[in-house]
Design a protein. Structure first.
Lengths: 249, 249
DNA sequence: GAAAAATTTAATGTCCGACATTATAGTTTA
DNA sequence: TAAACTATAATGTCGGACATTAAATTTTTC
């Protein structure tokens, strides 16, 4: 019986870069140590972290402390944990990272407030994307908007495609903080929105505008891109208002 | 020996509003339950939460789970814990609140990125402030800018006054999320900035523009206010660049 | 021999108990 | 009255035990 020795991704290979913590370290120090390790090992989204027990042993602390730290990250959406499947990165952890939130139950009234914060960030991201994007990013954006149009005209659920399109814009803007912030804000928004309203397709009417937006971005017409995003956001806001009123919120 | 019966703040009186959690609840559910209790009891910043053991008993869960949840809040800066002094609220917990957590060590390179995210938020907040602010907020803004000018011309440290002025703008915009976001972003920025550069007075040259900004806001000239904020942010960015280059970062 | 079913296994999820640490509250002493 | 001491009640930490579950492995079945 020959051993197949697939290094099975990241189990033993990863994680010998953790050094014992001095006594009295806080759970935040644990997270600092972990993010150092993540950067050192080059772990990406989806990669697996060492088991809690191993982290604890390497850091010279108890498993409870590791769990408190990891649960913090879990509540911030940075990792997902899944029993035997282990703990995996759900967001990029690196030096240039601001880790956003965790939303307490927001009320329907704050939907518009959340959207109002998102608006200027989306506009600026689009403007920067138009100014900064590389050729390969141009191709990606074009592909994504084509996908969106195709999925939508086929009558299928286009939200995933929409999300991917906007994500490509955020990436193209050259500043990962925009994408992170907007993603978190949108998650907060969806969480509040879905509770009373279910999951209707929001922004249906804006689909045609996405083609113009993509064209403006790949052509480098920053102001036009910004204007279109503003219009899209306004239309979504109007839609939210309409739905809220129709349900007497 | 007569009993003095001071209800000693919030020990027994608070916390019978927690109902047992269904099995399989996550640590996030614990936080939801706690924020519900906090809102119900009207707890404010500085108030004390029930002891972990009592929270655990009332929710019908183990203390470890409560600790994981509270440590999440601690890492987000929502509570502070201090041994016998107990766990106290460090930030307002209510509906309509997005709690930003927790910044990983940022590197100097990301100073500009952080600033780039702050920029559109500040601009939009100023625009909204010009459109929405009430009479009393107009007075406050005028007072704050006068204070800023006075402190600055006296040669004193004007950063606190500057902070208060901008905070009055954020408040006047009518959407608390702007103020929260910007504050957190600025804290992240300062944390990074101060490490290599100390605490030089950043934005000195923009002081005179603050008067124009305040005038535009109280007069309701939204676009002018937005433009001025943009210029201020650009000047700060230029200053940061200059300092970084002068130190070969 | 390949697919399906059953078993094993390795991780997280949960609780409990014990003890250390410490800031406050209470008590004694000077 | 003030200072020093003691008691106490909370958090901080660890270890152990066990449940739960999804992946990996083995066995069975066709």
């Amino acid at each position: 019986m020959e051993t197949r020795t697939p290094p099975q991704e990241t189990a033993e290979s990863v994680g010998n870069s953790l050094k014992p913590l001095p006594p009295g370290s806080s759970s935040r120090d644990v997270l600092d140590a972990l993010s150092g390790m993540i950067e050192l090992e080059g772990l990406k989204v989806g990669d697996r972290l060492p088991p809690e027990i191993e982290i604890a042993n390497q850091l010279g602390i108890g498993r409870a402390k590791v769990r408190e730290a990891l649960t913090s990250w879990q509540n911030m959406g940075i990792v997902v944990r899944n029993k035997k499947a282990g703990t995996r990165l759900a967001a990029e952890v690196s030096a240039n990272t601001i880790h956003l939130p965790f939303t307490l139950k927001l009320e329907a009234e704050s939907l518009l407030r959340t959207h109002a914060v998102r608006r200027p960030l989306e506009i600026e991201a689009a403007r920067l994307a138009a100014l900064n994007c590389s050729d390969s990013q141009r191709l990606l954006i074009s592909a994504r908007v084509a996908e969106l149009i195709a999925v939508h005209s086929a009558g299928e659920d286009w939200r995933q495609a929409d999300y991917r399109f906007h994500a490509s814009l955020h990436e193209a803007c050259g500043n990962p903080l925009f994408g992170q912030l907007i993603r978190q804000i949108q998650e907060a928004f969806n969480e509040v929105y879905e509770a009373p309203f279910g999951q209707p397709h929001l922004g249906q009417a804006t689909i045609p505008m996405h083609t113009q937006l993509a064209e403006a971005v790949v052509a480098g017409r920053a102001e036009e891109a910004a204007r279109i995003v503003g219009e899209i956001m306004d239309m979504v806001e109007a839609e939210v208002l309409e739905i809220m009123e129709s349900q007497n919120v």
